[in-house]
Write a protein that binds this ligand. Structure first.
Ligand SMILES: *Cc1c(COP(=O)(O)O)cnc(C)c1O
Length: 340
């Protein structure tokens, strides 16, 4: 198979249209078999539930080339299951886990020419999403839905090497205590747009959200979970309104089983931030972005890991997880889904 003529190391994190995408429709109480299409545009009625009441959720995962030339995806079963959970919360009909995984495989195979080569740092990003498609004007769930997965090649998250981030403690909230913070709903992102633009204008890379009830505990950023390191212990905030990151769950396992670290999932207070040595944001896109500095209004928390490189433990975590993904370190059973 001939790869596309793309400068893999210079593409950014943007949308590059690829040839085939998967579409399945839900009508009369059931999902159809779905299949591939080259039509990238969607035509819907103006009154479709997704437009009026934001009835939509999504996922994000990657396919990439391993050292031995296979094309694989990382734990797509967890994305499938998380989308089931999102659908249940939004009164959308869940797509069966097996159909989701089959759709991932179909899209990757059909766009194999866009899967970046091993060592390029680039990957094929997959975006599964679902929306209510029929017209709804009284507030209620749609009765018809469309599920899609498209693929787009994305470059290395940090071009020209990692750069520790400067993040601020946000004055605005991301998710209500008994709301939708734990599901991957587009609405959680719509409400974060004002704040991320403002953060960038003020010179910060990201917003760290606090628990809205007491505003004393860390939750996560707009699109990544938080990990903190103290000695040989990896700590991550626990809360019902955090999105359960697959990267974070994988890192906890790697810390414990591969690196012999202690792991703690617990409430993390703003007031204890200066007791940690390293901090990072984790998600599919960058795996781990190191945080060098957190600014809490007047107070600056500068981690000893500094502003030029990843901290030593963070780096070990990053290298181990990406090694597992790229096939240079043996993976736990079931983590790597071989596609071709
Ligand atoms: C998607 C997402 C993450 C990261 O999850 P991964 O499964 O690791 O990609 C973290 N926080 C939020 C709010 C997200 O939407």
């Amino acid at each position: 198979m001939e790869k596309k003529n793309i400068q893999w190391d210079s593409i950014g994190f943007g949308y590059i249209q690829t040839e085939q995408r998967y579409v399945a429709n839900y009508r009369d109480g059931k999902w159809d078999n779905g299949g591939l299409t080259d039509e990238a545009n969607i035509t819907l009625n103006e009154c479709a539930c997704v437009f009026q009441y934001a009835q939509t959720c999504f996922e994000g995962l990657k396919a990439y080339t391993t050292k031995d030339g296979k094309i694989v995806a990382f734990r797509p079963d967890l994305n499938a299951q998380r989308m089931v959970d999102s659908c249940n919360q939004l009164k959308m009909p869940a797509l069966p886990v097996e159909q989701f995984i089959d759709a991932v495989k179909q899209v990757v195979k059909a766009n194999a020419a866009y899967v970046p080569p091993y060592g390029s740092g680039a990957t094929l990003y997959l975006r599964p999403f679902m929306m209510g498609t029929n017209s709804v004007i009284g507030v209620k769930p749609a009765s018809e839905y469309q599920f899609r997965i498209f693929a787009t090649p994305v470059g290395p998250y940090f071009k020209g090497g990692v750069r520790p981030l400067t993040v601020r403690i946000s004055d605005l909230d991301r998710a209500a205590p008994h709301g939708t913070g734990h599901i991957k709903a587009g609405l959680n992102y719509a409400m974060s747009l004002y704040n991320i633009v403002d953060a960038h204008e003020q010179g910060y890379d990201e917003n760290i959200y606090l628990d809205p009830q007491t505003r004393t505990k860390l939750e996560e950023t707009g699109g990544a979970n938080i990990i903190l390191i103290k000695g040989n212990t990896l700590v991550t905030p626990k809360s019902g309104s955090i999105l359960p990151s697959i990267t974070r769950r994988s890192l906890l396992y790697v810390a414990k089983e591969y690196l012999g670290m202690e792991v703690e999932e617990r409430e993390v207070y703003l007031s204890e931030l200066d007791t940690f040595e390293e901090c990072g944001l984790c998600g599919t896109a960058a795996v781990i972005s190191p945080v060098g500095k957190i600014v809490d209004h007047g107070r600056e928390i500068c981690f000893p890991s500094g502003m030029t490189d990843m901290g030593a433990k963070t780096k070990k975590l990053y290298e181990t997880l990406t090694g597992i993904q790229m096939g240079t370190i043996p993976a736990p059973e079931g983590w790597i889904c071989e596609i071709m």
